[in-house]
Structures are given as structure tokens and as C-alpha cells.
Design a protein around this ligand. Sequence first.
Ligand SMILES: N=c1c2ncn([C@@H]3O[C@H](COP(=O)(O)OP(=O)(O)OP(=O)(O)O)[C@@H](O)[C@H]3O)c2ncn1[C@@H]1O[C@H](COP(=O)(O)O)[C@@H](O)[C@H]1O
Length: 103
Amino acid sequence: MTTLSRLAATIEARKGADPDSSWTAKLLSKGPEKCAQKFGEEAIEACMAAAKNDRANLVYESADVLYHLLVMLAARDVTLAEVLAELERREGTSGLAEKASRG
Ligand SMILES: N=c1c2ncn([C@@H]3O[C@H](COP(=O)(O)OP(=O)(O)OP(=O)(O)O)[C@@H](O)[C@H]3O)c2ncn1[C@@H]1O[C@H](COP(=O)(O)O)[C@@H](O)[C@H]1O
């Protein structure tokens, strides 16, 4: 099991848990829109670190982005496996072909 899949399983297990017992349970209890907002905020922080070439902060913020992406997906009942399957579907396809298929 990878770090990401272990984290996804932990987040899934937090669904319905007491919001006072865990940060993840608290965030999930606020609903999918709040989870999406948090993901967007963390993504912007990672973008700013990349733009400033702040390497240490980019690593730190990227970890926040991955965590909040998994929370947002869980809030909408989308699994990490579904996202990975989509990435696997694209393997062997060039980025240009993928772009063309989107019209
Ligand atoms: N990877 C993370 C992780 N990354 C970030 N965060 C939390 O995300 C929050 C984001 O920080 P912010 O400053 O943006 O949020 P905030 O200011 O506290 O909140 P708001 O002002 O937005 O309301 C922090 O409180 C972090 O603790 C995380 N919380 C949990 N995990 C993982 O999730 C697991 C389960 O955590 P719990 O649900 O807390 O048991 C942990 O073992 C970790 O592996």
C-alpha cells in the first residue's frame, strides 16, 4: 500500500466520525463545498511557493495539496482508485493526443 492510498483509507474512515475527534472529520462535516474551497486555497499556496522558487515551502504546501485533494474527493465519494485509473488510461497516450480528444 502506498502512502497516498493509506492516507485515502484514513480519510475515508473519518467519514461520519465525531468532528471533535479529528481535523479530517471536522473538515468533512463542513461539506464538499468547504473541502473544495480548502483544496483551492492550498493549491494557490503551492503555486505561490513554486513561483517564488521556495523549494522547502513547495514541498510542504504540495503535501497539503495532496491531503486536501483526497479530502475533497472523499467528500464527493470519488476514490483515489478512480483517479489513478484515469491516469493509467492516459499512459501510452501522448499529451497532444489527449488534448485533441478533448476537442
Ligand atoms: N496530511 C494531513 C494534513 N495536512 C494538513 N492537515 C491539516 O490541515 C489544516 C490546514 O491548515 P490551515 O492553516 O489551512 O487550516 P486552519 O487555518 O487551521 O483552518 P481554517 O482557518 O481554514 O478553518 C491544518 O490544521 C493541518 O493539520 C492535515 N491533517 C491531517 N493529515 C493526515 O490525515 C491523518 C488523519 O488526521 P486526523 O483527521 O486529524 O486524525 C493524519 O494522520 C495525517 O496523516
